[in-house]
Design a protein around this ligand. Structure first.
Ligand SMILES: NC(=O)CC[C@H](N)C(=O)O
Length: 379
């Protein structure tokens, strides 16, 4: 793999598993990459998107036509590296312009070995993915690209997202502590399935000391930190493979410890309650998705990144092993389940991203709801 230079005219081609191909120019590293093609509608926040571990093994298509305008800084990443397996943009910034910019996005992608493509008609590509669904894709760049038939065969050999068990590939191997900001009020054990940096920060802001534990943590390890609450993070892959986190969560529910889950964590709560999960046709990825909190009736604009969802009845309370459960939040675009809550135990989760990195802060109250559950348990 060689590094490209800005304004590179090196040819590149993107090949979808159904045979459709788009030609463009190399962007970031020159070479080849594979993944699941998905699109994000966020017009800002590309650094947070690129470094969100939930995007592991996905090639992200940006629907916003101009990407890289504000460059790259060392403050905004959500983890220590870029996780997307490939990046597709229409018109990259020729020169970033922002007071915080330290380098260009093209340079950063190249330095981290992330293969991208620019000059693609991303509107046509997005419409294709919307009509046909998310699918495998390959990006190939360089001066000697093989013929499309050869490339297509290679794309079709790449692993699918359905059935992928990826949390252990992205999660921390060692436990670490994020200290409370100000007076410490609570201790939370956070199971890292691909956690974004902003999530423990949002808890720390509320006086929570967060013990981030590896995805493989046992119930004993969780309770060894004497938690007031347990948190299950976002993460990549197919929730139907997440058997260990589901078993762990069931142990937490049995003990009636306050529990909060985000995204993958919501899918795990769904499974722990006995609901199924399924793959959405093309998922929700962006920072302007309308969600209704059915417990208050309020509509919030929210950040999303999910390709799977929980299959739970919208209009009835379900009887589960852990008492009554209901769908607390729903996406107003397509009625997909966006949150769950238990009525007889202190546990809830949302499918979207209240940590808002990037995105609107409408859903920040969910961290306060978690604090209230922990306060309630102490009273
Ligand atoms: N951000 C997440 O946690 C994503 C969860 C899961 N990997 C999905 O795609 O639905």
């Amino acid at each position: 793999m060689t590094l490209s230079t800005r304004g590179d005219q090196t040819p590149a081609v993107l090949v979808l598993e159904d045979g459709r191909a788009f030609r463009g120019r190399a962007y970031g590293a020159v070479g080849e990459t594979f993944g699941e093609a998905v699109f994000s509608t966020g017009m800002t926040g590309y650094q947070e998107t690129l470094t969100d571990p939930s995007y592991h093994r996905q090639v992200v298509v940006m629907t916003a036509p101009h990407v890289g305008n504000t460059g790259v800084n060392d403050e905004d990443p959500e983890s220590a590296r870029i996780w997307v397996s490939g990046y597709v943009v229409r018109d990259p910034a020729r020169k970033p312009s922002n007071w915080r910019s330290q380098r260009s996005l093209d340079e950063e992608l190249a330095a981290q070995g992330v293969v991208g493509i620019s000059g693609v008609d991303t509107r046509a590509l997005t419409r294709h993915l919307r009509e046909r669904g998310a699918m495998r894709v390959g990006i190939f760049s360089g001066n000697a690209i093989p013929d499309e038939g050869t490339l297509l065969a290679r794309v079709r050999q790449a692993p699918e997202m359905t059935g992928a068990d990826l949390s252990a590939e992205v999660a921390t191997k060692e436990a670490y502590v994020v200290p409370a900001i100000g007076t410490k009020k609570f201790t939370v054990a956070a199971i890292d399935l691909g956690i974004k940096g902003m999530t423990p920060h949002r808890m720390a802001e509320r006086g929570i000391e967060v013990h981030v534990l590896p995805a493989t943590a046992t119930l004993e390890e969780v309770y060894a930190v004497a938690p007031d609450g347990v948190f299950f993070s976002n993460g990549p892959g197919d929730p139907s493979t997440a058997d260990h986190p589901v078993a762990l969560m069931r142990g937490v529910l049995e003990r009636k410890t306050p529990l909060f889950g985000i995204c993958f964590g919501n899918q795990i709560l769904g499974r722990a309650l006995g609901f199924g999960t399924y793959k959405l046709k093309y998922g929700h990825r962006g920072i302007n998705q309308p969600v209704q909190d059915r417990t208050t009736g309020k509509v919030e604009v929210t950040a999303h990144n999910h390709g799977f969802a929980v299959d739970a009845p919208l209009d009835q309370v379900s009887d589960t092993e852990f008492g009554r459960a209901e769908v607390s939040h729903v996406c107003l675009n397509d009625q997909v389940v966006e949150g769950l809550q238990l009525l007889d135990r202190p546990a809830f989760s949302v499918q979207y991203h209240p940590e808002a990195a990037a995105g609107p802060h409408d859903a920040a109250y969910l961290f306060d709801r978690f604090v209230s559950l922990m306060e309630g348990q102490r009273a």
